[in-house]
Design a protein around this ligand. Structure first.
Ligand SMILES: [Zn+2]
Length: 115
């Protein structure tokens, strides 16, 4: 299934291919502030429709995850990183996807605050 995602103002747009199942809800200082509900997909299943230089980037801690957001409306749409096996991954904030029933998703709590 293809999911279309965007920021609030629409400057950032992307598509994700896959079956949306469980999402990660992390309690770390960053995720809890932004309210991220994250879906991890291989990078090649994520297609950015916006020129990448138009997005802003936030990194923290070890700076290995590049959190991308819209510099105009501020929506935290997705992040790029690397999985444990070295594969390029995208972490999509499913709150920014169209047609997703957030209440129906299984949320997996992650205790990122303790990492
Ligand atoms: Zn925006």
């Amino acid at each position: 299934m293809n999911y279309h995602g965007s920021c609030h103002c629409g400057r950032v747009a992307f598509d994700v291919e896959g079956e949306l199942g469980k999402v990660m809800e992390c309690n770390c200082s960053h995720c809890s502030r932004k309210g991220y509900l994250l879906w991890f997909v291989p990078r090649e299943r994520f297609a950015l429709a916006t020129p990448e230089q138009e997005l802003a980037t936030y990194t923290f801690n070890k700076h290995v995850i590049r959190h991308r957001f819209c510099p105009h409306c501020g929506c935290a749409t997705f992040a790029f990183g690397t999985g444990p096996d070295g594969a390029a991954m995208a972490a999509v904030n499913v709150r920014c996807l169209e047609g997703v029933d957030l209440a129906a998703l299984e949320r997996v709590p992650v205790d990122g605050r303790s990492f």
